[in-house]
Design a protein around this ligand. Sequence first.
Ligand code: UGA
Length: 353
Amino acid sequence: MALKIMILGANGFIGSALTGAILERRSGWEVYGIDLSDNKLGDLPKNDRFHFVEGDITINREWVEYHVKKCDVVVPLVAIANPAQYVTHPLRVFELDFEANVEVVRHCVKYGKRLLFPSTSEIYGMSPDSVLDEETSPLVYGPINKQRWIYAACKQLLDRVIYAYGVRDNLDYTLFRPFNFIGPNLDNPEEPKEGSSRVFTQFLSNVLYRRPIKLVDGGSQKRSFTYIDDAIECLLTIIENQDGRASRRIFNIGNPGNCISIRDLAQRTIRIAQEFPVLRENARAIEIVDVSAGEYYGKYYQDIQVRIPNIEAARRDLGWAPSTDMDTAIRRTIDFYVKQEGFGGRVAALTAI
Ligand code: UGA
């Protein structure tokens, strides 16, 4: 099956991994990608099945519309997805995550294209359900003065808009809900500003800089961490969409077997980093300290205590299940960074900062 796939945000964490997997494992498929830069793409732009342009989807709007028209499947992955930014730049989240994306959704409706849209695990908010289900779990957010929820609210409204286009106009879509995907290229561990990465990369970064790991409100909150390769496997099956099995459906993509506390994540990261000689000394020296959410994120933050996906729908209808356990996910990611050219020298320099 030959498919033309458009990936907006092809240089992002999910976008770059998905592009790489398509080019490597689906010989008939072509990717049309756009992003602000290409630093996560390595040699991929040299592949003649990858048509990449550097650009901003909010500026290069004609390019976007033209390529929606030209492609078979549209995967809009451009969004701010970092809680630190929901509380500092909530309107940017609205403008990019909602406004820019709703335009792409409308192009898909106009040209009758299949849309693969990233919803989020955050959509469940503080849902009382112990296991979160796509069809039945309530979506529960805090008050308006807790600006953290603007991201979940944007994504929720997009899910509802897409669903409504499915009902009214027969839009062919799949909504997928990532549960804390982790792996190489999730944020940048060498980024000097603390708090600019999601937790997994932040903790790796603390090891590189030999800075104390900070547990927000004690670190007893839990997440179900999902290794990126498992997630990509699921996305490839959704894009393939054999017999329309993923059409007009919502799928949680997560690993309930990797539901651990943030404190546990910190301890595992420190332990596994010590397996790598270049990080051993730093990892041994790392302290774990507690900070309040107010100190770390400010007054607009509110947290989610436990987040476990029900993945029965993906298991039953896509034949998918995650297979990478927590320690393997951490080890593979550290291994990826350790193998980067000049890593040892950079760590030595960062540690000295
Ligand atoms: C994430 C982000 O909203 C998105 O990436 C995404 O939509 C979704 O959830 C997902 O990936 O499933 P969250 O899990 O809260 O939200 O994001 P992190 O920044 O990774 O934080 C996880 C937990 O670690 C939070 O409880 C946070 O308070 C804590 N944390 C973070 C620390 O204890 N210390 C830190 O240094 C950083």
